[in-house]
Design a protein around this ligand. Structure first.
Ligand SMILES: [Fe+2]
Length: 421
Protein backbone atom coordinates (compact mmCIF):
# COMPACT_ATOMS: atom_id res chain seq x y z
CA UNK A 1 0.00 0.00 0.00
CA UNK A 2 1.13 3.49 -0.68
CA UNK A 3 -0.19 6.90 0.16
CA UNK A 4 2.60 9.32 0.66
CA UNK A 5 0.94 12.72 0.52
CA UNK A 6 2.74 15.34 2.58
CA UNK A 7 0.47 16.93 5.18
CA UNK A 8 1.26 20.43 6.45
CA UNK A 9 1.59 21.07 10.19
CA UNK A 10 -1.02 23.82 10.07
CA UNK A 11 -3.74 25.00 7.73
CA UNK A 12 -3.04 27.71 5.18
CA UNK A 13 0.71 28.13 5.59
CA UNK A 14 2.43 29.35 2.47
CA UNK A 15 4.88 26.88 0.92
CA UNK A 16 7.71 29.01 2.20
CA UNK A 17 6.34 29.03 5.76
CA UNK A 18 5.80 25.28 5.64
CA UNK A 19 9.30 24.63 4.36
CA UNK A 20 10.84 26.83 7.04
CA UNK A 21 9.08 24.92 9.80
CA UNK A 22 11.33 22.01 8.82
CA UNK A 23 14.55 23.87 9.54
CA UNK A 24 17.45 22.65 11.67
CA UNK A 25 16.95 20.64 14.80
CA UNK A 26 13.95 18.54 15.82
CA UNK A 27 11.44 19.43 13.17
CA UNK A 28 8.43 19.39 15.42
CA UNK A 29 9.96 21.50 18.18
CA UNK A 30 9.29 24.90 16.64
CA UNK A 31 6.04 23.99 14.93
CA UNK A 32 2.68 24.75 16.48
CA UNK A 33 0.61 21.64 16.92
CA UNK A 34 -1.60 20.64 14.01
CA UNK A 35 -5.24 19.78 14.47
CA UNK A 36 -5.73 16.77 16.72
CA UNK A 37 -6.90 14.56 13.90
CA UNK A 38 -4.18 15.48 11.43
CA UNK A 39 -2.17 12.34 10.65
CA UNK A 40 0.69 12.70 13.10
CA UNK A 41 3.27 10.54 11.32
CA UNK A 42 3.13 12.84 8.32
CA UNK A 43 4.45 15.74 10.33
CA UNK A 44 8.13 16.28 11.06
CA UNK A 45 9.32 13.09 9.44
CA UNK A 46 8.19 14.08 5.99
CA UNK A 47 9.47 17.59 6.35
CA UNK A 48 12.86 16.36 7.44
CA UNK A 49 12.89 14.07 4.46
CA UNK A 50 11.97 16.92 2.19
CA UNK A 51 14.55 19.38 3.40
CA UNK A 52 17.20 16.99 4.59
CA UNK A 53 17.78 18.90 7.84
CA UNK A 54 19.46 21.77 6.03
CA UNK A 55 18.90 25.39 6.95
CA UNK A 56 15.56 26.27 5.49
CA UNK A 57 16.77 29.21 3.44
CA UNK A 58 19.60 27.24 1.90
CA UNK A 59 17.30 24.32 1.30
CA UNK A 60 14.82 26.48 -0.54
CA UNK A 61 17.54 27.70 -2.86
CA UNK A 62 18.84 24.19 -3.47
CA UNK A 63 15.55 22.41 -4.06
CA UNK A 64 15.14 21.19 -7.62
CA UNK A 65 11.50 22.20 -7.68
CA UNK A 66 11.61 25.75 -8.97
CA UNK A 67 8.52 27.88 -8.52
CA UNK A 68 8.89 29.46 -11.91
CA UNK A 69 5.96 31.45 -13.15
CA UNK A 70 4.53 30.42 -16.48
CA UNK A 71 2.38 32.64 -18.62
CA UNK A 72 -1.33 31.96 -18.33
CA UNK A 73 -2.19 29.76 -21.24
CA UNK A 74 -5.03 30.57 -23.58
CA UNK A 75 -7.18 27.67 -24.87
CA UNK A 76 -5.23 25.78 -27.50
CA UNK A 77 -5.99 23.38 -30.26
CA UNK A 78 -4.75 19.81 -30.00
CA UNK A 79 -1.81 18.33 -31.81
CA UNK A 80 -1.89 17.42 -35.49
CA UNK A 81 -2.93 13.79 -35.84
CA UNK A 82 -4.52 13.74 -32.41
CA UNK A 83 -6.95 10.98 -31.61
CA UNK A 84 -10.45 12.32 -32.30
CA UNK A 85 -13.13 12.84 -29.70
CA UNK A 86 -15.96 10.32 -30.28
CA UNK A 87 -18.63 11.44 -32.70
CA UNK A 88 -20.73 8.27 -32.42
CA UNK A 89 -21.49 5.74 -29.68
CA UNK A 90 -20.12 2.22 -29.70
CA UNK A 91 -21.96 -0.88 -30.98
CA UNK A 92 -24.08 -1.04 -27.81
CA UNK A 93 -25.31 2.52 -28.37
CA UNK A 94 -23.23 3.82 -25.46
CA UNK A 95 -20.21 6.04 -25.10
CA UNK A 96 -17.70 4.00 -23.09
CA UNK A 97 -15.15 6.06 -21.15
CA UNK A 98 -12.13 4.82 -19.20
CA UNK A 99 -11.75 6.58 -15.84
CA UNK A 100 -8.35 6.70 -14.12
CA UNK A 101 -6.82 8.89 -11.47
CA UNK A 102 -3.54 9.66 -9.75
CA UNK A 103 -1.71 7.70 -12.39
CA UNK A 104 1.44 9.66 -13.18
CA UNK A 105 4.25 7.78 -11.46
CA UNK A 106 5.82 6.02 -14.44
CA UNK A 107 6.30 3.02 -12.13
CA UNK A 108 5.44 -0.64 -12.67
CA UNK A 109 2.04 -0.35 -11.02
CA UNK A 110 0.92 2.28 -13.52
CA UNK A 111 2.07 0.07 -16.39
CA UNK A 112 0.22 -2.92 -14.95
CA UNK A 113 -3.01 -0.99 -14.51
CA UNK A 114 -2.89 0.47 -18.01
CA UNK A 115 -2.11 -2.95 -19.50
CA UNK A 116 -5.17 -4.35 -17.76
CA UNK A 117 -7.25 -1.34 -18.75
CA UNK A 118 -6.20 -1.59 -22.39
CA UNK A 119 -7.69 -5.08 -22.58
CA UNK A 120 -10.98 -3.86 -21.09
CA UNK A 121 -10.97 -0.83 -23.40
CA UNK A 122 -10.80 -3.10 -26.44
CA UNK A 123 -13.62 -5.30 -25.19
CA UNK A 124 -15.84 -2.38 -24.20
CA UNK A 125 -15.13 -0.22 -27.28
CA UNK A 126 -13.81 2.63 -25.13
CA UNK A 127 -13.47 5.79 -27.23
CA UNK A 128 -12.44 8.29 -24.56
CA UNK A 129 -10.42 8.28 -21.33
CA UNK A 130 -10.23 10.52 -18.29
CA UNK A 131 -7.21 11.30 -16.10
CA UNK A 132 -8.44 12.74 -12.83
CA UNK A 133 -5.28 14.61 -11.87
CA UNK A 134 -1.87 14.03 -10.34
CA UNK A 135 -0.87 13.33 -13.89
CA UNK A 136 2.84 13.99 -13.34
CA UNK A 137 4.22 13.09 -9.90
CA UNK A 138 5.69 14.60 -7.77
CA UNK A 139 5.73 18.25 -8.77
CA UNK A 140 4.24 18.41 -12.23
CA UNK A 141 6.22 19.05 -15.41
CA UNK A 142 9.26 21.31 -15.38
CA UNK A 143 8.55 22.58 -18.90
CA UNK A 144 5.99 22.34 -21.72
CA UNK A 145 7.93 19.42 -23.22
CA UNK A 146 9.31 17.76 -20.08
CA UNK A 147 10.38 14.15 -20.69
CA UNK A 148 8.07 13.20 -17.82
CA UNK A 149 5.13 13.53 -20.21
CA UNK A 150 6.55 10.59 -22.13
CA UNK A 151 7.69 8.64 -19.05
CA UNK A 152 4.54 9.05 -16.97
CA UNK A 153 1.81 9.35 -19.58
CA UNK A 154 2.53 8.50 -23.22
CA UNK A 155 4.52 5.29 -22.75
CA UNK A 156 2.38 3.77 -20.01
CA UNK A 157 -0.78 4.53 -21.98
CA UNK A 158 0.43 3.28 -25.35
CA UNK A 159 -2.34 1.10 -26.72
CA UNK A 160 -5.12 3.16 -25.17
CA UNK A 161 -5.23 5.29 -28.29
CA UNK A 162 -8.05 7.68 -27.52
CA UNK A 163 -8.25 11.27 -26.31
CA UNK A 164 -7.62 11.63 -22.58
CA UNK A 165 -9.54 14.38 -20.79
CA UNK A 166 -6.96 15.52 -18.24
CA UNK A 167 -7.60 17.56 -15.12
CA UNK A 168 -5.09 19.25 -12.84
CA UNK A 169 -4.24 17.70 -9.47
CA UNK A 170 -2.27 19.06 -6.56
CA UNK A 171 0.89 17.30 -7.72
CA UNK A 172 0.58 18.99 -11.10
CA UNK A 173 0.48 22.43 -9.48
CA UNK A 174 3.14 22.30 -6.80
CA UNK A 175 6.20 24.45 -6.35
CA UNK A 176 8.63 23.82 -3.50
CA UNK A 177 6.84 21.01 -1.77
CA UNK A 178 5.61 17.95 -3.68
CA UNK A 179 1.82 17.90 -3.74
CA UNK A 180 1.34 21.25 -2.02
CA UNK A 181 -0.75 22.74 -4.81
CA UNK A 182 1.01 26.00 -4.08
CA UNK A 183 1.97 26.98 -7.63
CA UNK A 184 -1.04 26.68 -9.93
CA UNK A 185 0.80 28.39 -12.77
CA UNK A 186 2.73 25.17 -13.34
CA UNK A 187 -0.50 23.65 -14.59
CA UNK A 188 -0.21 25.85 -17.67
CA UNK A 189 2.55 23.54 -18.87
CA UNK A 190 0.03 20.70 -19.04
CA UNK A 191 -2.27 22.90 -21.12
CA UNK A 192 0.62 23.75 -23.42
CA UNK A 193 1.58 20.08 -23.75
CA UNK A 194 -1.84 19.27 -25.23
CA UNK A 195 -0.77 21.09 -28.38
CA UNK A 196 1.86 18.46 -29.08
CA UNK A 197 0.24 15.22 -27.88
CA UNK A 198 -2.14 12.94 -29.73
CA UNK A 199 -3.69 11.73 -26.45
CA UNK A 200 -3.46 14.50 -23.85
CA UNK A 201 -6.61 16.66 -24.06
CA UNK A 202 -6.51 19.85 -21.98
CA UNK A 203 -7.48 22.86 -24.09
CA UNK A 204 -7.56 25.07 -20.99
CA UNK A 205 -7.22 24.68 -17.23
CA UNK A 206 -10.98 24.05 -17.04
CA UNK A 207 -13.20 23.12 -19.96
CA UNK A 208 -16.19 21.10 -21.11
CA UNK A 209 -16.61 18.39 -23.73
CA UNK A 210 -19.96 17.13 -25.02
CA UNK A 211 -20.50 13.88 -26.93
CA UNK A 212 -21.03 13.35 -29.77
CA UNK A 213 -18.19 15.76 -30.29
CA UNK A 214 -19.23 16.87 -33.76
CA UNK A 215 -22.76 17.79 -32.70
CA UNK A 216 -24.16 15.75 -35.56
CA UNK A 217 -26.85 13.91 -33.64
CA UNK A 218 -28.92 16.63 -32.06
CA UNK A 219 -28.71 16.99 -28.30
CA UNK A 220 -25.54 15.61 -26.74
CA UNK A 221 -25.84 12.41 -24.77
CA UNK A 222 -23.17 13.13 -22.18
CA UNK A 223 -21.16 16.21 -21.27
CA UNK A 224 -18.02 16.45 -19.15
CA UNK A 225 -17.08 19.54 -17.15
CA UNK A 226 -13.42 19.41 -16.15
CA UNK A 227 -12.53 21.64 -13.18
CA UNK A 228 -9.36 22.97 -11.66
CA UNK A 229 -10.01 22.46 -7.95
CA UNK A 230 -6.49 23.31 -6.77
CA UNK A 231 -6.86 26.96 -5.76
CA UNK A 232 -9.65 26.01 -3.35
CA UNK A 233 -8.16 22.75 -2.06
CA UNK A 234 -4.40 23.28 -1.90
CA UNK A 235 -2.48 22.17 1.16
CA UNK A 236 -0.99 25.66 1.35
CA UNK A 237 -2.23 29.21 0.96
CA UNK A 238 -1.92 30.65 -2.52
CA UNK A 239 0.51 33.54 -2.89
CA UNK A 240 -0.45 34.73 -6.39
CA UNK A 241 -3.56 36.94 -5.99
CA UNK A 242 -4.86 35.62 -9.31
CA UNK A 243 -5.30 32.21 -7.65
CA UNK A 244 -6.59 33.31 -4.24
CA UNK A 245 -9.62 31.29 -3.17
CA UNK A 246 -11.71 34.41 -3.78
CA UNK A 247 -9.58 35.81 -6.60
CA UNK A 248 -10.44 36.41 -10.23
CA UNK A 249 -9.54 32.91 -11.42
CA UNK A 250 -11.90 31.06 -9.10
CA UNK A 251 -14.66 33.64 -9.53
CA UNK A 252 -14.46 33.23 -13.29
CA UNK A 253 -14.32 29.43 -13.08
CA UNK A 254 -17.43 29.41 -10.91
CA UNK A 255 -19.27 31.71 -13.34
CA UNK A 256 -18.20 29.52 -16.24
CA UNK A 257 -19.29 26.28 -14.55
CA UNK A 258 -22.66 27.66 -13.54
CA UNK A 259 -23.31 28.96 -17.07
CA UNK A 260 -22.04 25.77 -18.73
CA UNK A 261 -24.26 23.54 -16.60
CA UNK A 262 -27.24 25.78 -17.32
CA UNK A 263 -26.54 25.76 -21.04
CA UNK A 264 -25.92 22.02 -21.30
CA UNK A 265 -28.55 20.02 -23.18
CA UNK A 266 -26.81 16.72 -22.45
CA UNK A 267 -28.79 13.88 -20.92
CA UNK A 268 -25.93 13.00 -18.56
CA UNK A 269 -23.70 15.61 -16.93
CA UNK A 270 -20.38 14.59 -15.38
CA UNK A 271 -18.15 16.93 -13.37
CA UNK A 272 -14.45 16.03 -13.18
CA UNK A 273 -12.43 17.49 -10.30
CA UNK A 274 -9.29 16.11 -8.69
CA UNK A 275 -10.43 16.80 -5.12
CA UNK A 276 -13.62 14.99 -4.07
CA UNK A 277 -16.72 16.48 -2.56
CA UNK A 278 -17.42 13.39 -0.45
CA UNK A 279 -14.81 10.77 0.33
CA UNK A 280 -14.54 7.82 2.70
CA UNK A 281 -10.78 7.61 2.23
CA UNK A 282 -8.13 9.06 4.49
CA UNK A 283 -8.08 12.57 3.02
CA UNK A 284 -11.74 12.99 3.87
CA UNK A 285 -14.30 15.31 2.29
CA UNK A 286 -14.24 18.92 1.10
CA UNK A 287 -14.55 21.26 4.05
CA UNK A 288 -12.55 19.00 6.36
CA UNK A 289 -9.72 17.60 4.22
CA UNK A 290 -7.15 15.75 6.31
CA UNK A 291 -8.84 16.87 9.50
CA UNK A 292 -8.37 20.59 8.88
CA UNK A 293 -11.52 22.45 9.86
CA UNK A 294 -10.28 26.02 9.51
CA UNK A 295 -8.71 28.13 6.80
CA UNK A 296 -9.57 28.97 3.24
CA UNK A 297 -7.33 26.48 1.44
CA UNK A 298 -6.25 23.33 3.32
CA UNK A 299 -9.75 22.45 4.53
CA UNK A 300 -11.30 22.76 1.07
CA UNK A 301 -14.22 24.72 2.50
CA UNK A 302 -14.69 26.80 -0.62
CA UNK A 303 -14.61 23.75 -2.87
CA UNK A 304 -17.35 22.28 -0.67
CA UNK A 305 -19.39 25.40 -1.32
CA UNK A 306 -18.69 25.25 -5.05
CA UNK A 307 -19.85 21.64 -5.24
CA UNK A 308 -22.91 22.26 -3.07
CA UNK A 309 -23.97 25.55 -4.61
CA UNK A 310 -23.22 24.90 -8.28
CA UNK A 311 -22.90 21.15 -8.91
CA UNK A 312 -25.13 19.15 -6.57
CA UNK A 313 -28.55 18.44 -8.03
CA UNK A 314 -27.41 19.53 -11.50
CA UNK A 315 -24.71 17.00 -12.41
CA UNK A 316 -25.25 13.25 -12.33
CA UNK A 317 -21.71 12.48 -11.26
CA UNK A 318 -18.73 14.10 -9.61
CA UNK A 319 -15.63 12.09 -10.47
CA UNK A 320 -12.51 12.68 -8.39
CA UNK A 321 -9.18 11.21 -7.48
CA UNK A 322 -6.75 12.43 -4.81
CA UNK A 323 -7.51 9.49 -2.53
CA UNK A 324 -5.86 6.40 -3.96
CA UNK A 325 -8.98 4.35 -3.61
CA UNK A 326 -12.05 3.22 -5.56
CA UNK A 327 -15.42 4.40 -4.30
CA UNK A 328 -18.89 4.52 -5.81
CA UNK A 329 -20.82 6.53 -3.25
CA UNK A 330 -24.59 6.66 -3.20
CA UNK A 331 -26.55 9.73 -4.22
CA UNK A 332 -28.34 11.12 -1.16
CA UNK A 333 -30.60 13.99 -0.15
CA UNK A 334 -27.46 15.85 0.90
CA UNK A 335 -26.04 15.60 -2.62
CA UNK A 336 -29.46 16.26 -4.18
CA UNK A 337 -29.12 13.15 -6.28
CA UNK A 338 -25.57 13.71 -7.50
CA UNK A 339 -23.32 10.67 -7.15
CA UNK A 340 -19.67 10.96 -6.08
CA UNK A 341 -17.07 8.61 -7.52
CA UNK A 342 -13.50 8.43 -6.25
CA UNK A 343 -11.14 6.74 -8.69
CA UNK A 344 -7.52 7.44 -7.78
CA UNK A 345 -5.99 3.97 -7.69
CA UNK A 346 -4.34 3.82 -11.11
CA UNK A 347 -0.81 3.77 -9.68
CA UNK A 348 -1.06 3.90 -5.90
CA UNK A 349 -3.37 2.38 -3.33
CA UNK A 350 -4.98 3.52 -0.10
CA UNK A 351 -4.36 2.41 3.45
CA UNK A 352 -6.83 -0.47 3.35
CA UNK A 353 -9.66 0.96 5.39
CA UNK A 354 -12.60 3.35 5.33
CA UNK A 355 -12.19 6.46 7.47
CA UNK A 356 -15.70 7.82 7.04
CA UNK A 357 -19.20 6.45 6.55
CA UNK A 358 -20.78 8.11 3.56
CA UNK A 359 -23.19 5.57 2.05
CA UNK A 360 -21.44 3.57 -0.64
CA UNK A 361 -22.68 1.22 -3.32
CA UNK A 362 -19.19 -0.28 -3.40
CA UNK A 363 -15.70 0.74 -2.32
CA UNK A 364 -12.19 -0.64 -2.07
CA UNK A 365 -9.32 0.89 -0.14
CA UNK A 366 -6.45 -1.44 -0.87
CA UNK A 367 -6.38 -2.47 -4.51
CA UNK A 368 -5.34 -0.78 -7.71
CA UNK A 369 -7.98 -0.23 -10.34
CA UNK A 370 -10.02 1.93 -12.67
CA UNK A 371 -13.60 2.38 -13.80
CA UNK A 372 -15.48 2.42 -17.08
CA UNK A 373 -18.43 4.78 -17.53
CA UNK A 374 -20.97 3.79 -20.16
CA UNK A 375 -23.43 6.53 -21.09
CA UNK A 376 -26.39 5.50 -23.21
CA UNK A 377 -29.77 6.94 -24.05
CA UNK A 378 -31.54 4.69 -21.59
CA UNK A 379 -29.07 4.38 -18.74
CA UNK A 380 -25.66 5.20 -17.41
CA UNK A 381 -23.51 2.36 -16.10
CA UNK A 382 -20.37 2.50 -13.98
CA UNK A 383 -18.15 -0.57 -13.94
CA UNK A 384 -15.45 -0.72 -11.26
CA UNK A 385 -12.43 -2.90 -11.97
CA UNK A 386 -9.68 -3.96 -9.61
CA UNK A 387 -6.30 -4.95 -11.02
CA UNK A 388 -3.90 -7.66 -9.94
CA UNK A 389 -0.52 -6.03 -10.46
CA UNK A 390 1.40 -9.30 -10.77
CA UNK A 391 -0.73 -10.68 -13.60
CA UNK A 392 -1.76 -7.28 -15.08
CA UNK A 393 -5.33 -8.53 -15.22
CA UNK A 394 -8.49 -6.62 -14.40
CA UNK A 395 -11.49 -8.04 -12.61
CA UNK A 396 -14.96 -6.50 -12.79
CA UNK A 397 -15.73 -5.95 -9.11
CA UNK A 398 -18.95 -3.96 -9.22
CA UNK A 399 -21.51 -2.49 -11.57
CA UNK A 400 -23.88 0.40 -10.78
CA UNK A 401 -26.61 1.39 -13.21
CA UNK A 402 -28.68 4.57 -13.20
CA UNK A 403 -31.71 4.99 -15.44
CA UNK A 404 -32.84 8.55 -14.76
CA UNK A 405 -30.70 11.67 -14.96
CA UNK A 406 -30.58 14.03 -11.98
CA UNK A 407 -32.08 16.75 -14.12
CA UNK A 408 -35.15 14.54 -14.59
CA UNK A 409 -35.61 14.32 -10.83
CA UNK A 410 -33.83 11.05 -10.20
CA UNK A 411 -32.90 12.18 -6.69
CA UNK A 412 -31.48 9.99 -4.00
CA UNK A 413 -31.45 6.27 -4.39
CA UNK A 414 -32.05 6.24 -8.12
CA UNK A 415 -29.08 4.02 -8.86
CA UNK A 416 -29.14 0.27 -8.71
CA UNK A 417 -25.99 -1.40 -7.51
CA UNK A 418 -25.17 -4.85 -8.77
CA UNK A 419 -22.44 -6.79 -7.03
CA UNK A 420 -20.20 -8.80 -9.31
CA UNK A 421 -18.47 -11.84 -7.96
FE1 LIG B 1 -3.86 14.47 -5.20
Amino acid sequence: MCDDELIPPRADLTEDQWARTAGPGPADAAVPAGPPDAPAPARGVHRRTLLGGAMAGAALAALPFGAQQAAVAAPRAGAPGRFPLPSAPGPAGEYAVLITGDAGTGAAEQYAVTAAAAEVCRAEHVGLAVGLGDNIYENGPESDDDSEFAEKFERPNTGIDVPWLMVLGNHDCSGLIPGSGGDPSRGDREVAYAATSRRWYMPARYYNVALPADGSRGEPLVEFFALDTNPVASYVAQTDPHYYWNGPYMREQRRWLDAALTASRARWKVVLGHHPYLNNGKHGSAGSYDGFMIGNYTSGIHLKKLYEEVVCGRADLIMSGHDHTLQILEPTDRTRGTRQLVCGAAAKTGDGKAHFTHPAAWQDFSRHGFMVLKAGGGAMTIDAYTVDIATKKARLAHRTRTARPVAAGAGAGAGAGVGVK
